[in-house]
Design a protein around this ligand. Structure first.
Ligand SMILES: Nc1ncnc2c1ncn2[C@@H]1O[C@H](COP(=O)(O)OP(=O)(O)OP(=O)(O)O)[C@@H](O)[C@H]1O
Length: 452
């Protein structure tokens, strides 16, 4: 089967040779065919050299001895499937008795060198079956997302590419709340813009709190149901969201009351169990530069800060069932921001860290999840803007990079789907005004006296 696939690819490559101007697909097929051939031809010897073989079973050794035949060679994991991809190859392997998935992942770097690939990663699919993903080039250098129509779900958006060539999704139903950290100019806003662009075509309400005076989110206002560009409005929006959450809980309760006679499985526990006609629209709350909400200079601001953090903690603790999801973004998010912050952070299961300048910042994202991810986050080079480490509470992590979506592209997408912007009762007062703002005079700059 494997060789049939390779033969087919060779035929395609040969067909391309006959054409004078070879199209892009030709070079892609040609490269993947060469890589597949190289891997399959070298497979046995490479696995042996990397210590991924086991001796032949005793009965075969005994048979060889009786028949006076040469000793059977050690056996490498059996190839179950070879799948060429746009970025390389995916091999599915059945491990031999005595091998485990850790052996393969520990040898990933050796396999990468031996097969002449750019990257090799492995993951266990089920007991005894491992998937090896090989990439032929640095897929994060210029991110090109594959077409994905089939893989999106109700609250699942493709947001970046992983280094193994697979797509990184933000799945709100699996991981309701997330934290994105990164030093200045590391790519947080571009990542968040990709999220907005991914969510825009879905049936979801977007609520934005942009503490950078609205420069990131206000241009996308037509797709937002509520927006705040200062901590005072943010506090009011969050209070309104807590009230909305309580209303949704009351709705779920009332629906449970009329369905007590139906079987258990049909009793609603969250909005997704409610019939579609009464289901409230899910809400994604995007907060940019969260630290601004936690800073205060006087007693009045301290009261406002406590109000904001309390509302965020309540939404993080109880929001999931009511379909309220938090997406929090900032440069740092640790205990130095005061009480309630670590409690809030503990509820943010999804973690993404762009380049950070010190280990403490990386620890804020991954310290309680995976020490390897901390190391990976602090070794992201400064020039690799947009590259990030994405992990979750299971301890797994990936190196990812979002496509470089410009503000104009995101704005066009938001305008295209502006008619999908739902009205949230209670949040109408915060709906952004869509008239063109009056031009603001440039800040006065005092000219410095000329140096003598
Ligand atoms: N995924 C990406 N691919 C390519 N370039 C990127 C990517 N993400 C960010 N960049 C580049 O890095 C620059 C800074 O990105 P961005 O504004 O998102 O950083 P930031 O972390 O939000 O910074 P700040 O905290 O100062 O606002 C962008 O102008 C862009 O040129």
């Amino acid at each position: 089967m494997t060789w049939l696939l390779v033969a087919l690819m060779l035929v395609v490559a040969a067909a391309g040779l006959l054409r004078w101007r070879r199209p892009a697909w030709y070079w892609l097929t040609f490269g993947v065919t060469l890589a597949a051939l190289r891997v399959l031809v070298r497979y046995g010897s490479v696995m042996d050299a990397c210590g991924l073989t086991v001796p032949a079973p005793r009965w075969r050794l005994a048979l060889a001895r009786m028949a006076d035949r040469p000793v059977p060679s050690p056996r490498a994991p059996r190839i179950l499937r070879v799948r060429p991809t746009r970025t390389g190859l995916v091999l599915r392997l059945k491990l031999r008795p005595g091998q485990d998935a850790f052996d393969v992942s520990a040898s990933a770097d050796r396999l990468r060198h031996s097969f002449g690939m750019y990257g090799v990663t492995s993951r266990e699919l089920r007991s005894g079956v491992v998937e090896l993903r090989m990439t032929g080039y640095d897929v994060l250098r210029r991110v090109q997302m594959p077409s994905l129509a089939a893989d999106t779900g109700p609250m699942r958006v493709p947001v970046a590419l992983r280094e193994d060539g697979s797509v990184h999704y933000r799945d709100y139903r699996a991981v309701p709340h997330a934290l994105t950290l990164g030093a200045t100019e590391s790519g947080k806003s571009v990542y968040q813009r990709n999220l907005v662009a991914g969510l825009a075509p879905l049936n979801v309400a977007l609520v934005g709190i942009d503490c950078k005076q609205g420069v990131e989110l206000f241009p996308l206002a037509r797709r937002f149901s509520a927006l705040a560009d200062n901590p005072d409005t943010a506090a009011d929006i969050l209070d309104a969201l807590v009230a909305h959450m309580e209303d949704v809980y009351r709705l779920i309760r009332s629906h449970q009351a009329i369905s007590v006679s139906v079987p258990d499985a049909e009793i609603a526990a969250d909005i997704w169990d409610l019939p579609e006609d009464i289901r409230p629209v899910p809400v994604v709350v995007l907060v940019d530069e969260v630290a601004e909400l936690a800073l205060f200079a006087n007693k009045e601001q301290e009261k406002r800060r406590d109000r904001i953090i309390t509302a965020l903690v309540r939404l993080a603790q109880l929001g999931r069932a009511a379909g309220i999801y938090l997406e929090i973004c900032g440069q740092r998010f640790g205990s130095e921001l005061g009480k309630g912050i670590t409690m809030l952070r503990a509820q943010l299961t999804g973690r993404t860290a762009h380049r950070v300048n010190d280990e403490t910042s990386a620890n804020m994202a991954f310290g309680d999840i995976s020490p390897d991810a901390v190391l990976a986050a602090i070794t992201i080079p400064a020039e690799a803007r947009g590259v990030a480490i994405a992990g979750d509470s299971t301890g797994g992590w990936h190196r990812i990079r979002a496509p470089h979506t410009s503000l104009r592209q995101a704005l066009n997408l938001c305008n295209k789907h502006a008619d999908r912007t739902p009205h949230l009762p209670g949040l109408d007062a915060f709906r952004p005004a869509l008239n063109t703002p009056a031009p603001v005079p440039a800040p006065a700059v005092e000219s410095a006296p000329a140096a003598a």
